[in-house]
Design a protein around this ligand. Structure first.
Ligand SMILES: Nc1ncnc2c1ncn2[C@@H]1O[C@H](COP(=O)(O)OP(=O)(O)OP(=O)(O)O)[C@@H](O)[C@H]1O
Length: 283
């Protein structure tokens, strides 16, 4: 792997160029590639979604963007604004990623990385516990907490670290609506404060029209652009939308919009959000 050397030293883009990640456990020549010829740029403070079918390579790409060590990587990676330390990376299952024994410890450990003074760590920990509703279970060990509470603590700790980038790998998909809303709010605030967010999702209804989507298919970047173009654009090679070409199913309403465009009953820009649909059907 080549580490690119860009002179400005300031908060420049994270760039990966022609990166391959080999599979493991088979003879080198036959090992299936987990990622193939991936080239992309991520700017400071950007929010990107990574979408793709099961096993397409989403987590491999997310872990690479987070700067986690990985076998078999070749190509050029410049971590730019994300810095030399790995970004906080939250997975779907909380247990493998918890360092502390309780929510309070988990958040304190994240803050200790920032080399803050002890009273500042205590203050920020108390504030995070209170905001997330974890205050009343702050010192309860993990085995007496629910999976949702453990996951919320993992997300709160990742956010508390105020890192330049945060990587969430289907991190909210197992949460109930109320806990997901708390977690989403924390993440949105961190983004507003300047952190880049990399969000792996299978929930296509989370995507807003102007948001950037990276789609992965069989280890290759099959799309990099705005969500509206992902759902309603045209993939030359397959003659369907980039979403469908990536093996993903658009929502019923999106399929309806696509069918109506084919019949000449609807024109671009096709509606995506509830507000846009209301406008189109004059509600
Ligand atoms: N540590 C590893 N070593 C070798 N191959 C791996 C490793 N982890 C995953 N793979 C393989 O790499 C491919 C991509 O896996 P990855 O977990 O990145 O996909 P994904 O899109 O995140 O899948 P899912 O949605 O199921 O989580 C899969 O074929 C998987 O079996």
């Amino acid at each position: 792997m080549t580490l690119m050397n860009i002179a400005d030293g300031a908060a420049h883009d994270l760039q990966i160029r022609d990166v391959h990640v080999a599979g493991a456990g088979e003879a080198e020549a036959q090992a299936p590639l987990r990622l193939r010829a991936v080239t992309l740029t991520l700017s400071p403070g950007e929010w990107i979604y990574i979408a793709g079918t099961n096993g397409s390579g989403k987590s491999t790409l997310a872990r690479m963007l987070a700067g986690l060590s990985m076998e078999g990587v070749s190509g050029a990676i410049d971590r730019g604004f994300a810095g030399e330390y790995p970004a906080p990376y939250v997975m779907q299952q909380p247990d493998a990623q918890l360092f502390g024994e309780t929510p309070r410890e988990e958040i304190m450990f994240a803050l200790e990385w920032m080399e803050l003074k002890a009273d500042e760590i205590d203050r920020r920990t108390a504030e995070t516990l209170s905001r997330t509703g974890l205050g009343r279970v702050a010192d309860v060990p993990w085995d007496r907490l629910s999976g949702g509470q453990r996951q919320l603590a993992a997300i709160a700790a990742a956010v508390a670290a105020e890192a330049p980038m945060l990587v969430l790998d289907e991190a909210t998909s197992m949460l109930d609506d109320q806990t997901r809303a708390i977690a989403s709010e924390l993440i949105r605030e961190r983004h507003a404060a300047g952190s880049a967010i990399v969000w792996v999702t299978q929930r296509l209804d989370e995507l807003m029209p102007e948001q950037r989507v990276l789609a992965i298919k069989d280890g290759e970047l099959s799309f990099d652009g705005r969500a509206r173009d992902f759902f309603y654009g045209w993939d030359e090679a397959s003659g369907v939308s980039p979403c469908e070409a990536s093996g993903l199913q658009p929502s019923y309403l999106m399929r309806l919009a696509l069918a109506m465009r084919t019949e000449g009953l609807m024109q671009d820009p096709l509606p995506m959000t509830e507000a846009e649909w209301r406008e189109v059907v004059n509600l």
